[in-house]
Design a binder for this molecule. Sequence first.
Ligand code: HEC
Length: 209
Amino acid sequence: MNKLPLFVIGVLCTFAFSWLGLVVYPFVKLGHLEPVPDEETGGYFPPTLSGAAVAGQQVYAANGCIYCHSQQVRPASLSTDIAKEVGPRRTVARDYLRERTVFLGTMRTGPDLANVGLRKTDPNWLHRHLYEPRSVTPWSIMPSYRYLYKMQKIQGQPSANALRELSGRHAPEPGYEVVPTDDANALVAYLLSLKRNYPLPEAPLPAAK
Ligand code: HEC
């Protein structure tokens, strides 16, 4: 008996069901999500990203930060993320509406960055850490992103945007300074914008203790 037609129908059904499950169903369930208005300020949640933060997403993607960092807070019923203060509440699909590429990630070789903007508020700390992670965390295994910075001779006064507090073997030679490139500034603007601390209807903030 010729089983070829049955085989072809089987293959087509397999693809059709995965397309329905992985493309159509999520689109119907999540495709209509919109930012929610914030009555107090007239703004929206999630808030719009600054131009620099949008540019920073490209730098984040290009440098493979996602290989070691996730950006998702799992619900308290499934994980200890909330207890470990990865974020004040779980993250949901609406949190990622402003992102053109969503960096959910699966690896946590480094800490989750969904709320890094709440933990690290000092741009100089973030720059120092990107320039040389071991200058702030001596045991760090994070690669250094020195190529996002320029070492230059100090002309007269040091530049206002030069990295501060680089000490020991990470410090530039006397008479030189380390300044961020546009890419480094964009990346830091993006990291500072990562704050999922606004309430959403499907993910309210926990009541204040
Ligand atoms: C090889 C894995 C790896 C890669 C790739 C990586 N990181 Fe990390 N990252 C780590 C580890 C491990 C830590 C924790 C130790 C430390 O603070 O350096 C960390 C810490 C951090 C922190 C501090 C977070 C906190 O809450 O203390 C930030 C911010 C950060 N990384 C940003 C980045 C960015 C941005 C990129 C891409 C340019 C990147 N990382 C790429 C491994 C990595």
